[in-house]
Design a binder for this molecule. Sequence first.
Ligand code: ADP
Ligand code: TRP
Length: 322
Amino acid sequence: MIRYLTGFQPTGALHIGNYFGALRPAIELQEKGEAFYFIADYHALTTIDEPKVLREYIHGVAIDSLACGLDPAKACFFRQSDVPAVTELTWILSNVTPMGLLERSHSYKDKLAHGIPPSHGLFTYPVLMAADILLYESDVVPVGKDQKQHLEITRDIAIKFNERYGDVFKLPEPSIREEVSTILGLDGQKMSKSYGNTIELFLPEKALRKKIMGIVTDSTPVEAPKDPTKSTIVSLYRLFATPELVASMENDFRTGGVGYGEFKNRLFEIIRERFSPMRERRAELEADTGYVHRVLADGASRAREVAERTMTRVRRAIGVVA
Ligand code: ADP
Ligand code: TRP
């Protein structure tokens, strides 16, 4: 059976880009193989230094994922930090990781460019990610395009380790969804927390409407024809609407006579409708923290078993255990 593994960083409330780019593909895969999904809280430490904030985000990712359909009966769902062996493996892998490999990391350079202070943790982030992937003997790692290089680094590290110590790790394959790789945000750029242009999934309705009304548009008057191919509204609508509804919106763009406010309203309604069952489920989970706690504890104990088997082989291979 194919083992899928991916991690979700608890660095903010889930937005539509995260949902379509990462969470939904993972939820679909839980039907197709053995899924290991975790909350990458150790990774989040590279950018979040407030314990209260981190705690909230961890809880947020857990209930958002479960509300959206992550099924703990199908996927092993756990917190990265509940399996501390991952940090042991990170250290061991560090010793087969050439500096040059990390120095070439786009994501590290990007983060510095966004003003995140350079720390050793930020620099070695890809080694921790390699440890996540190799510890659980993952076959396929579904990720967004931005994580492609991290998967290449993981494979390079595994190859180096195997060359030095024998065939210990299997080489994981990335699975990258090109078609949803760039969900647009309010300003028409890629939707991202770092650009402040996100639409969060579980906003209260009033706030959701306000966000959608804030989508940047040009100043074409109501009666004039508009170009649907350049519209952020249409590109977001396409994620939710049937082909017929999309065609009808495109047609109204081209004909003229309908203003952007009305198009935004259609978008708001469809988003609200789509996420309404998940919103209800989320409210239930919010009220039942015991359940969420049990899911994660159960996931952690399953994950620890797999991790311990790998670590036994690794410790023997490197010579710290006879
Ligand atoms: P952000 O850019 O908001 O900080 P993250 O980097 O935490 O988001 O992304 C978490 C996951 O969500 C990644 O797998 C990423 O590829 C996916 N993702 C984020 N933004 C988008 C987007 N605009 N379109 C598609 N996928 C996205
Ligand atoms: N770096 C990933 C992200 O920012 C999260 C992550 C951590 C991950 N460890 C992983 C993804 C292992 C896949 C596999 O989205």
